[in-house]
Structure formats: structure tokens, C-alpha cells
Design a protein around this ligand. Structure first.
Ligand code: SAH
Ligand code: DHB
Ligand code: MG
Length: 227
């Protein structure tokens, strides 16, 4: 295998290697991406090795309950739901009914429909209902929806978790744009607000790492709920 100068093709080669070694696809994962493509969903699911990272975080956490904000075709949902015990529970929130339909099919095929449910609607409408239901606290929350609501989603995550819970936020670097203090991009402004919140709020202890790979140059924020 040659490595042309183009960094993206090099990142792709390395991600292919890492994924093949440690996060290989199986029938349900492959079919989930195929069905998402066939339904015309955007190709923005987490990379396989990132899905495996989410899975391992849930496992290391001993998670029994997971809340996901932003389902798409349920690819990350499958990785997370597979980390849960048989009597575990995952709720994933999705605005677009067409995405939610694809995701439900993918979860059923993966044998996860007893553990994982997809709720259609704007997450900010669903979250107050979840708070009333008494399913909280969630052991892990994965935030990966409309970036402009990131600060609100972390506020809700705080309401719906317990000390020791883990909060993960996808796409917090965006090709480096996060460091641009003059950005006028709504998503970047909101994600900078999210960093302010995590930095300032004594209930949260967090870090963020830059990532490169098949999804380009981006990053993940990981925080622990302290109190
Ligand atoms: N977590 C998925 C990718 C999610 S992509 C994976 O890695 O496999 C982001 C998703 O968030 C899209 O499906 C989009 O429709 C959804 N979304 C956008 N705005 C939303 C909102 N206000 N509430 C809930 N979901 C939303
Ligand atoms: C986009 C959203 C994502 O969640 C992601 O991982 C990559 C891209 C997007 O909206 O462009
Ligand atoms: Mg994402």
C-alpha cells in the first residue's frame, strides 16, 4: 500500500487497517450502513472504530442505560446497544421520521429492538418527557444531533444523569474551526458555548481530543458527571 501525500487518503488507509483489525463489520452493521445508503441518508455515521470506542466506553462504564441524541440510521445506536445487558435500555432521539424508520429496521435486524428504542421528534421536545418518565438516570449520554443545540443537550444530559455518568459529544473540532474565536458559524458558536459550560460547571469534568480518519479531521468531547 502506498501513501500519497494527501493526508485524507492516508487517514483512510490507517482507519481501514484499524477497523479491520479491531472493529470489523458484521452482517448487522454492514446492512445498517447499506440500508441507510439505500434510503438516501447522509453518510455521517460515526466511523467503525469510533463506534467501537463508544461501545467500549459504555462497557467500561458498566452502562445499563444509554441516551443517544441523533440516531440517523442507528449505526452508533447498534454499537452502543450491544454494550448493554439484556435488561438494559437505550433511548435514541431522532428528528427525521424517515431516519427513525431506517434505524428501527436496522435495530430489529440486529436483534436489539428489545433494548433500544427510537423516538421521533425534536430532541428538545422529547427530553422533558423522558425526564417525566422516570427512566433516568442514564449511565452514558451520546450527543450527536444538530450542533447548534449542543449547550442545551448538555444541560439536559446533566438533568438526566447521576454522579459518575459519562457524556460524549461528537464533532467538536470540525476541521479545526472550533479554535476560531471569530467564527460566525452557528454550530461552532454553540459548540464553543458547550466548551465554556463544561469548563465552568463544577458538575462536569471533561476533556476533548482531535481525531483524524475516514470522517476527516474532527474531535470528541468526553465528560464525567462529578455531582
Ligand atoms: N449518531 C449517528 C449519526 C447522527 S447524524 C451515528 O453516528 O450513526 C445526526 C442526526 O441528528 C440526523 O439523523 C438528524 O436528523 C438528527 N437531528 C437533527 N436535528 C435534530 C433534533 N433537533 N432532534 C433530534 N435529532 C436531530
Ligand atoms: C455532520 C454531522 C455529524 O454528526 C457528523 O458526525 C459529521 C457531519 C454534518 O451535519 O455535516
Ligand atoms: Mg457525528
Amino acid at each position: 500500500m502506498t501513501h500519497p501525500q494527501d493526508p485524507q487518503s492516508r487517514w483512510n488507509d490507517v482507519d481501514d487497517y484499524l477497523t479491520q483489525m479491531l472493529a470489523p463489520a458484521d452482517e448487522a452493521l454492514t446492512a445498517a450502513l447499506d440500508d441507510s445508503d439505500a434510503a438516501g441518508l447522509p453518510r455521517i455515521a460515526v466511523a467503525p472504530n469510533q463506534g467501537k470506542l463508544l461501545h467500549l466506553l459504555a462497557r467500561i462504564q458498566g452502562a445499563r442505560t444509554v441516551l443517544e441524541i441523533g440516531t440517523l440510521g442507528g449505526y452508533s445506536t447498534i454499537w452502543l446497544a450491544r454494550a448493554l445487558p439484556k435488561d438494559g435500555r437505550l433511548i435514541s432521539l431522532e428528528y427525521d421520521p424517515a431516519h427513525a424508520d431506517v434505524a428501527r429496521g436496522n435495530l430489529a435486524r440486529a436483534g436489539l429492538d428489545a433494548v433500544a428504542e427510537v423516538r421521533t421528534g425534536a430532541a428538545l421536545d422529547s427530553l422533558p418527557r423522558i425526564a417525566e418518565e422516570g427512566v433516568a438516570p442514564f449511565d452514558l449520554v451520546f450527543i450527536d444531533a444538530d450542533k447548534r443545540n449542543n449547550p442545551r443537550y448538555v444541560e439536559w444530559a446533566l438533568k438526566l444523569t447521576r454522579p459518575g455518568s459519562v457524556i460524549v459529544v461528537d464533532n467538536v473540532v470540525r476541521g479545526g474551526a472550533i479554535a476560531d474565536e471569530n467564527s460566525t458559524d452557528e454550530a461552532i458558536l454553540a459548540t464553543r458555548e458547550l466548551f465554556d459550560l463544561v469548563a465552568r460547571d463544577p458538575r462536569l469534568d471533561g476533556t476533548a481530543v482531535q481525531t483524524v480518519g475516514v470522517k476527516g479531521y474532527d474531535g470528541l468531547l468526553i465528560a464525567r458527571v462529578v455531582s
